[in-house]
Design a protein around this ligand. Sequence first.
Ligand SMILES: Cc1cc2nc3c(=O)[nH]c(=O)nc-3n(C[C@H](O)[C@H](O)[C@H](O)COP(=O)(O)OP(=O)(O)OC[C@H]3O[C@@H](n4cnc5c(N)ncnc54)[C@H](O)[C@@H]3O)c2cc1C
Length: 424
Amino acid sequence: MVASSVASVVVVGGGIAGVSTVTELRKNGYAGGLTLLTADPFPYDRPPLSKAYLSGAKDLESIALQAPEWYAGQRIDVIRGLAAALDPAAGTVTLSDGRQLSADRIVLATGGWPLWPDIERVVRGLLDRPPAGSGIPRSTTGIHLLRSAEDADGLRAVLLPGARLLVVGAGLIGAEVTSTARKLGCEVVLVDPANPPIAAAVGAQVAEWLHSLHALHGAETVTATVEKVESTNAGVVAQIAGEASPRTFDAVLLAVGMVPDTAMAKEAGLDVDNGVVVDDHQVTSHPTVLAVGDCARRQGHRRAEHWEAAVHDGARAAATILGVDAPAASAPWFWTDRYDLHVEVVGEMHEPEGEHEQVVRGTLGEPPFTVFTLRGERVVGAVAVDDPKAVRAARRMIDRGVDVRAADLADPSTDLRQLLRSAR
Ligand SMILES: Cc1cc2nc3c(=O)[nH]c(=O)nc-3n(C[C@H](O)[C@H](O)[C@H](O)COP(=O)(O)OP(=O)(O)OC[C@H]3O[C@@H](n4cnc5c(N)ncnc54)[C@H](O)[C@@H]3O)c2cc1C
């Protein structure tokens, strides 16, 4: 058991960041009171919402982050409810129904909202973005957002064979939903002004190839912005820039990014700047309040919006509360799936012109293959398609800062583990 001076912790938000925080606290011997507050029915995982959950291959129970009995076994009090106010000095969280929770440390793990795009719209009956957990469906007018299981249920209901779906935004979520909807037999039009989208995340070459897969799988891609979306009795009518007349769809998914959920933190006087600002220990501008996951941004860093980053934040917050060293940091990693391909990205694929070189291992566009980004002889990033071993090796290369030869990386017969060993 760890002798922590912190007698009680309340974690607000039951996504992966919140669950990681409570899991790591107990795993590392925290014996104090632990409460997990969540607006969702129970803590579940979000990545399947655009993949196996959306396709119907998995149900809500099967994407639970922990089995219900696990929380009881770990003496974690899971409370369903919506936090409405935070008082850092008093150490209290007030719920929308008036209940109050108090603790020595409060951890904010409130995640974020889908970004509402700047589109002129005449949406009959649609409220402006209703809050998570408010119970107000966000998809009654054929215009959908995707962040919660409730959102996915609403979208799934319209993804019937032959349904016409407009996806606005070809980022990770828009692309995954396009792939899932095609699998379900929908007609999909995917619109994004960037060509190719997600080049900053995966590098231009891979981005271009990934984007081309949509057409190959029967989705129409349009490089443009959507100027207007209107919900009518005949369906959702959308005007795509540059097109002579509007098109009618059965449903529209707005997938143009997310915004961190920081309203309560701001109201409580905490520093907020594109996320609740935290230090390297996940501590906010008030010493008893921490923030983790998509809602938080470490000072001097870009805000991460990925699953593993949220897991690491939770581990760091738990270490801070326990007064022990945080686990060692590793190069950022995320994955995405589309058209039965598994794409993993580690480190930075977007490098300034002229300072970097990209090396393909295998043949670009013929999975498995990997593209490494090198700065001099240092690997700084890699994107692998159906090649998890290569991305694991790349991560070790980045973490250890080893020098490698581009020709060795490019040669698929070179054992990357051997390369790592000999580089020590
Ligand atoms: C559809 C989808 C697909 C994704 N796919 C991938 C992927 O393939 N790979 C990848 O790396 N990442 C993916 N992500 C991103 C990843 O899921 C997020 O980075 C991760 O969920 C962040 O975890 P979090 O706990 O910070 O926030 P969230 O998962 O958003 O959890 C926040 C929780 O806080 C609760 N909450 C919010 N406000 C309150 C309040 N006031 N009171 C009580 N509870 C509150 C919410 O209900 C929610 O349960 C995906 C995200 C989505 C939406």
